[in-house]
Write a protein that binds this ligand. Structure first.
Ligand code: SF4
Length: 350
């Protein structure tokens, strides 16, 4: 990868790049409009720029950041895209339409080093971080597939967003630009496996995005077994960071809890979860496990989610069930890429 991606520049950086080329200031506005108003994918389409300038820009920046390699799922239902990158790597994104919502689940890394046992991305290992432009590119690709501007973005695809914090925050700012794609910060969610420095950083950034923290277990022994990140950031420290985040931002955190039969879905575990979360202002998303190749865990029996909802509700914690909408199209993160042959280089969190 030699040239930077034009979609990885913030509006301010584009202004500076144009200034460095000796261009009048209105040129940056024209380019920005072509990129996000017209969403062109070829410099030649920028008709109000002189041909010589288009050539200069093409020499300096790449305009095609991602390619749609494979699309699975029904036209109006949840669809999954295998997204090709410039270096031949690929990631996945998922389109989740629901009523007026056109949600896009975006990947932040090729693979993931965090090795959660129930996750296909974790099994494939880590390859590299995505550039902000590659995340913005996924949203533009989703716009094309939806035929309309996506309404909600969740950084919940392949990778741990707080293992690539700078690029994720930059992508959020580009997506949030009112003269660009203009997705409201509150319509974007960053989902972490519990990386405390990332939570602390987000608390100080002053952007009103939603934060989602994956718990999946109510005690350290089990959580460390399911999510190795817990050995570095155990529950007590993680929840203390969450409380600080809530105090600093006045925002509510969503805690994700995947229900795995006979592993983390008993009544005592529901009670332990309620006790753990009582001091934090948060809500809980219960997700019945989707089958994952290489993980023997099973989906919970009927009624388990309702039991958790009841137990948590008695403590005043709002809980809902979110079905893993992509089950039928292998949308549990990383599975499409694994089937496509990705995920060989296994680097994981120490
Ligand atoms: S669940 Fe998230 S953090 Fe864990 S391995 Fe998968 S992508 Fe990485």
């Amino acid at each position: 990868m030699t040239k930077p991606l034009i979609h990885g520049l913030s509006r301010l950086e584009l202004d500076e790049a144009c200034k460095a080329l000796g261009l009048p200031s209105y040129r940056a506005g024209q380019i920005w409009t072509w990129l996000y108003g017209q969403r062109v994918s070829d410099w030649a389409e920028m008709k109000n720029l002189p041909a010589t300038l288009r050539e200069v820009l093409a020499c300096k920046f790449d305009i095609v950041s991602v390619l749609n390699q494979k699309l699975e799922g029904p036209p109006k239902g949840t669809r999954k895209i295998l997204v090709g990158l410039r270096d031949g790597e690929c990631v996945e994104e998922v389109l989740i339409p629901a009523g007026d919502r056109r949600t896009v689940c975006v990947s932040s890394q090729v693979g993931c080093r965090f090795a959660c046992v129930f996750c296909a991305s974790g099994k494939g290992g880590y390859v590299r971080n995505l550039d902000a432009g590659e995340m913005v590119g996924q949203v533009l690709l989703a716009w094309k597939e939806y035929g309309d501007r996506p309404s909600n973005i969740v950084f919940m695809g392949m990778g741990e967003p707080f293992d690539n914090t700078d690029a994720v925050l930059k992508a959020i700012r580009i997506l949030n630009d009112p003269d660009g794609i203009n997705i409201g910060a509150r319509h974007m969610t960053v989902s972490t496996s519990g990386v405390i420095p990332g939570i602390e950083r987000l608390a100080g950034e002053g952007i009103q995005v939603e934060l989602s923290v994956s718990l999946h277990a109510p005690d350290d022994a089990l959580r460390s077994r399911l999510m190795p990140v817990n050995r570095k950031y155990p529950l007590t420290e993680l929840l203390a960071a969450c409380r600080r985040y809530v105090a600093a931002t006045k925002r509510i955190i969503t805690f994700e809890y995947t229900l795995i039969r006979g592993v983390n879905d008993s009544r005592p575990q529901a009670l332990a979860l309620a006790k753990l979360l009582r001091p934090v202002s948060g809500r809980v998303n219960l997700i019945p496990l989707s089958p994952v190749e290489g993980f023997e865990g099973q989906a919970p029996t009927a009624g388990t989610a309702e039991m958790f909802i009841e137990v948590l509700g008695k403590t005043g914690i709002n809980a809902t069930t979110r079905l893993s909408k992509g089950t039928t199209i292998d949308a549990a993160c990383g599975q499409l890429r694994m089937r496509a042959g990705g995920g060989d280089s296994r680097k994981t969190l120490e």
